[in-house]
Design a binder for this molecule. Structure first.
Ligand code: PRP
Length: 183
């Protein structure tokens, strides 16, 4: 689905499919350079990271292992509850290996701050983060991603994995959702 298919639901298109693919290719080049000759495990955070994981992994011209975690943030209601639970753990043993967590957005930072420390306790050689989007104004936890596609304002964005009530994840572009849709 394209942004033009749901144009009435969007305030604007922030990043087109072409812009996203070009930025992902740039990030892949940086990652290839930084992890040359290193054994790399990509850890995608379900479900939003499916698109970036698929595109980033294919843009990398080296062997990588792809693994997945599902966590439930904000299980007891609001983001500020700070509760993170593992719904699906890694299949891989990451001890001694280089881990790159792949996600599509850092919002409050709660999910990735928790995940970084959780994976860090398993004895990996390193743990870094690649995120397509980051909302600096929303950040509440200290998270320092090594790779960031773009910083964006604190607005409700959908597409390329990002949902509103499970919709818009399959939109190829990223756009700002019109308040009328969610209010
Ligand atoms: C999104 C996103 C990040 C997290 C970021 O996942 O994929 O993992 O929120 O938010 P935070 O920085 O405030 O923790 P979400 O919990 O919406 O689940 P989903 O990927 O299944 O949509």
């Amino acid at each position: 689905m394209h942004a033009s298919d749901v144009a009435d639901d969007l305030v604007e298109v922030l990043f087109t499919e072409e812009q996203i693919q070009a930025r992902v290719a740039e990030l892949a080049l940086e990652i290839e350079r930084d992890y040359e000759d290193k054994d790399l495990v990509l850890v995608g955070v379900l479900r939003g990271a499916v698109m970036i994981m698929a595109d980033l992994a294919r843009a990398l011209n080296k062997h990588v292992e792809m693994d997945w975690m599902a966590v439930s943030s904000y299980g007891s209601g609001t983001k500020s509850s700070g509760v993170v639970r593992i719904l699906k753990d890694l299949d891989a043993d990451i001890a001694g290996r280089h881990v790159l967590i792949v996600d599509e957005i850092i919002d409050t930072g709660l999910t990735l701050s928790w995940l970084t420390s959780n994976l860090g306790s398993r004895g990996p050689a390193s743990v870094e983060i690649a995120t397509l989007l980051r909302k600096p104004e929303a950040l509440q936890m200290p998270v320092k991603p090594r790779y960031v596609g773009w910083d964006i304002p604190n607005e409700f964005v959908v597409g390329y994995g990002l949902d509103y009530r499970e919709r818009y994840r399959n939109m190829r572009d990223i756009g700002t959702l019109a308040p009328a849709v969610y209010s």
